[in-house]
Design a binder for this molecule. Structure first.
Ligand SMILES: *Cc1c(COP(=O)(O)O)cnc(C)c1O
Length: 411
């Protein structure tokens, strides 16, 4: 979103105009930004055989999935419903990676029958698959290299207490299951967490996968390095240095392939990196409420629409698109949900009046997707900006949507 004169625009489309046309609260996604992120990552690895698998749990609107298909991406899924969504928009089964954790064997079988790539996260599941299918269904193995990334156990999934993946300390047991069942392993995978700034974390994880690949897995076709790329949220935040990662890991991967004796594909499965910055959340101000200690800006939305600030203490930058030249004042921006529902404390924002539209940054990933009908509120509409035009990609809900699956008892 950029200022032209004193009005914000996305690809030349006036943002306030979007609220007039589609109402608020509203999610808006800049598809040009999604493509730019995709191309940045692709370019950084242009000297390696690298494939991007978009982790669609970040934003799985069907039009977004279709756009990823159009720009050449594959897709990483974590539920059978995501698998079906990807197939529905035309991804081939071999362009889909299914990376669930703690799902039933029944769900895994459903995915196997749909023909998608299977990523196995625990040894009992590996036994089930092996007993049932032998060498007929090649699998990818999700290893947990136990790298503690970022220092925050909430967003790190690779540490010793994590539920994710098969521990590298279980290689002997894993190997026994492979020998006993004859399962063919064609992929190795790791995903060590979110918001990893340090390129060396990826390098350490990669070395562990390379070592295990040489020792235990002779039939590999690909190695999936997961995700966790950090994007800026605060104006002063840094992001993962993609260019440096491309140089270091790209070169090291090519070297490894020589040692392994085969040209493998490398994969990444970013969610946040690809879509976070493309998204904006727009909401109208209902009230400016001054209390003894604070000036609250109360908006026509709540944590039912954007839960990340309350759920993860996430910072989403907030600005006033209706008064871009007003004096800077301090506001605590809150929602209408009947419990503590704060989007940001003491934010410096151009003076806000009733009716002003506030915009939230980084609303592409894990934003609409985590919305709910709490307080029986409607979920927002979603709009894509593509080739300089706005496209409604999800209608705003109505009271019928609130009633739809409820079965009313007769009294
Ligand atoms: C969530 C998830 C991702 C994407 O993580 P981001 O931090 O959004 O890039 C990738 N792979 C797996 C297996 C995931 O569960």
């Amino acid at each position: 979103m950029e200022l032209q004169g004193n009005e914000y625009h996305i690809q030349g489309v006036n943002v306030k105009g979007l609220v007039e046309e589609f109402g608020a609260p509203l999610y808006v996604y800049d598809f040009e930004k999604i493509e730019a992120q995709y191309n940045e990552l692709k370019d950084a690895f242009k000297h390696s055989n690298m494939k991007i698998m978009y982790a669609c749990k970040a934003l799985s609107n069907l039009s977004v999935l279709k756009f990823f298909k159009k720009i050449g991406s594959g897709v990483d899924t974590v539920s059978i419903q995501e698998v079906r969504s990807a197939l529905h928009v035309g991804f081939e089964p071999n362009e889909i990676m299914y990376t669930p954790n703690c799902v039933s064997f029944v769900e895994m079988q459903e995915a196997i029958e749909l023909g998608v790539n299977i990523n196995v996260d625990n040894l009992p599941m590996l036994e089930h698959i092996g007993n049932h299918y032998g060498d007929k269904v090649p699998v990818c193995i999700r290893l947990n290299p136990h790298i503690f990334a970022g220092g925050n156990p909430k967003i790190s999934v690779g540490h010793i207490d994590s539920k994710f993946g098969i521990s590298i300390y279980q290689m002997r047991h894993l190997h026994r299951i492979l020998i006993s069942t004859g399962i063919k392993v064609t992929g190795l995978h790791m995903h060590t967490g979110s918001d990893i700034l340090d390129v060396d974390v990826f390098m350490r994880g990669a070395e562990i996968l390379f070592e295990k690949a040489l020792e235990y897995f002779k039939d590999l076709e690909y190695i999936d390095f997961g995700s966790g790329f950090k994007v800026p949220y605060k104006p002063t935040d840094r992001k993962t240095d993609i260019v440096s990662l491309g140089e270091k890991l790209g070169n090291r991967f090519n070297e490894f392939c020589k040692e392994y004796g085969r040209d493998l594909t490398m994969m990444f499965e970013p969610g946040k990196y690809l879509v976070s910055e493309s998204g904006y959340f727009l909401a109208k101000t209902n009230v400016i409420k001054q209390t003894t200690a604070t000036v609250f800006a109360g908006i026509d939305s709540g944590m039912n629409h954007l839960i990340r600030p309350m759920f993860y203490d996430a910072y989403h930058h907030i600005f006033n698109i209706s008064n871009t030249e007003g004096a800077m004042r301090y506001y605590t921006v809150v929602g209408y949900i009947c419990e503590t529902d704060t989007f940001g404390w003491d934010r410096k924002i151009n003076e806000i009046s009733e009716g002003d539209i506030l915009a939230f940054k980084n609303a592409g990933a894990y934003s609409f997707m985590m919305s709910s009908n709490y307080n029986s509120r409607f979920r927002p509409a979603e709009v894509a900006i593509y080739q300089g035009k706005a496209h409604l990609i999800r209608k705003r809900e109505t009271i019928e949507d609130i009633f739809v699956n409820q079965v009313e008892m007769a009294f």
